[in-house]
Design a binder for this molecule. Sequence first.
Ligand code: NDP
Length: 315
Amino acid sequence: MSDTIERIKCLIVGSGPAGYTAAIYAARADLKPVMYTGMQMGGQLTTTTEVDNYPGYPKGTDGTAMMDDFKNQAERFGTEVRFGMVTKVNFSNEVGGIHKVTVDESKEIEAETVIISTGATAKYLGLESEQRLIGGGVSACATCDGFFYKGQDVIVVGAGDTAAEEATYLANICKSVTMLVRRDEMRASKAMQHRVKKTENIKVLFNTELDEVIGDNVVDAVRVVNNQTQEKHEISVTGVFIAIGHKPNTELFKGVLDMNETGYLITKGKSTKTNLPGVFAAGDVQDHEYRQAVTAAGTGCMAALDSERYLGALL
Ligand code: NDP
């Protein structure tokens, strides 16, 4: 049930690098953006400790601190950042139409443009020890955290293209990489499998699953289980990279916006335009390929420019 209806020019849904960058640009273009942050304010980056690969931070920074910087910059130009979840959408399919959005199942917003930057969520196995040690040696992003395991032994769980890519990336930095593959073959493309095979310091254990991550505050080792023989053994490692896929946060848009078979929003050509006029998508929610803070920020900028141009063309 609606308690208030508010009419705005630009609604931004999600508060990762894409959302905040869209906010900075939209606010400076006088679109008076309102952002709803979602439950995880700051997005996926707040789950990593150090960020060393975002340009402009020569000494690196902490993921949470970086997202605070993004937020402060967006607010400096007048973005209204609100904590809340979009729970329902009723988008118009007409050029110049009004998009209706419900927040926290009560508040209604009518927006001339909507920028969706709800991101993606890395999948985890769900083991208690894995969850407890996220940030203490367990990570779902090799390009974010791999550097901290320089010269050390790590494992990668997964057998798709992401796992193969992360394993070869880590092999350049780490002393050894052990891949845990739950079946007797890998799902990754032949080309990626070939790269894995010819990398000397990657060892692949087939029919093997992660049984437990061992360590109190940091990872000391893992216990793995062969799912054919049920035999278990420990491997001494300091890093555990879970690479079993990501899930785009697009549940809300099913049947409304065009998405691919894995749920990523489809944008048109090099733009951030979705199939509905005035609705744009930026960041990981529309990108399963690069998934970096800097690429997300880039598409956030594009979404704000696309929104501005869309509104300009209506005048
Ligand atoms: P995928 O869904 O392709 O692969 C997930 C992998 O994780 C599978 O090997 C799966 O095993 C394994 N897995 C899932 N759950 C578990 C579990 N509970 N325990 C152990 N293993 C598990 O995800 P990706 O992120 O690898 O790729 C997503 C998409 O992005 C794909 O289309 C991929 O091709 C694409 N991509 C392309 C890249 C490129 O072209 N450079 C780079 C990265 C991704 P199983 O095989 O047994 O199901």
